[in-house]
Ligand binder design. Structure first.
Ligand code: ATP
Length: 241
């Protein structure tokens, strides 16, 4: 589905943030992307979705392919049209408009009204809480509800690949569980997922495989079970000794 090869990204023409990263998300899978703050996880997502430019970053080497098509440096709207949607870190919803309007905004690249209606019904089905609060102004939702809305809005683009940037950040344990279950459901309905998480246990509990990024390089990758059993990962992420 997604194949990133030897990717190098530079910010402001000087700061080399990704230093030759290769990563694959096979069709139908959930892949976890782990790493400390500043390792370059968000940068990798931005490089895939074409959102580096507003941050004065650019790809200086390597390729991003979707189902074999080279999309390196493609325009963000074209990337969405190809079936890739990103949920940014920090629940960036439109706070002043309603839940309903936020969801419809997520469908901006789509032409068929019937298909948009279908996605809308599917999102409300997946998130009953959003159905109940359809007419509420999004800024009044709780943190967990806003995270659901951010995910729901991305789903309105009917993505084949969903990029999630730390969806569990700042959420209470119960809500983290809910987010995890939602990601599993989305995946079961046919969407591949690249999941960026600080919460390694949560991510690896649902991902088939994972990658660990450290200062712009992949330092470990493999099946989730292998990563969960890895001494260094246990020490760093799970606080185990
Ligand atoms: P976090 O979880 O904190 O978001 P991350 O792994 O997603 O971490 P990135 O946000 O990709 O990391 O940042 C990687 C590095 O790039 C950091 O050292 C950061 O300071 C730097 N960086 C990010 N954006 C810019 C920018 N616009 N200009 C210069 N450096 C930047």
């Amino acid at each position: 589905m997604l194949s990133v090869s030897n990717l190098e990204v530079v910010y402001e023409d000087v700061v080399l943030v990704l230093r030759g990263v290769s990563l694959d998300v096979p069709t139908g899978s959930i892949v976890a992307l782990l790493g400390a703050n500043g390792a370059g996880k968000t940068t990798l997502l931005r490089a895939v979705t074409g959102l580096l430019m507003p941050h004065r970053g650019r790809i200086t080497k390597g390729t991003v392919r979707v189902d074999g098509t080279d999309i390196t440096g493609a325009d963000p709207a074209d990337v969405v049209r190809l079936g890739i949607a990103q949920v940014m870190e920090g629940r960036r919803i439109f706070a002043e408009i309603t839940v309903d309007e936020n969801l419809r905004a997520g469908a901006y690249t789509r032409r068929s009204r019937a298909e948009v209606r279908e996605s809308y019904a599917r999102v409300l089905d997946l998130f009953p809480v959003l159905a109940r609060r359809r007419r509420s102004v999004a800024g009044y939702l709780s943190g967990g509800e806003q995270q659901m809305l951010a995910i729901g809005r991305a789903l309105m683009a009917a993505p084949r690949l969903l990029l999630l940037d730390e969806p569990s950040l700042g959420l209470a344990p119960k809500l983290v569980e809910q987010v995890r279950d939602i990601v599993v459901q989305i995946n079961r309905q046919g969407t591949s997922v690249l999941l960026v998480e600080q919460n390694a246990v949560m991510a690896l509990s649902i991902a088939g495989s994972g990658y660990v990024l450290e200062t712009g390089k992949v330092v470990k990758d493999g099946p989730s079970a292998e990563l969960l059993a890895d001494e260094d990962i246990r020490e760093f992420y799970l606080g185990a000794t």
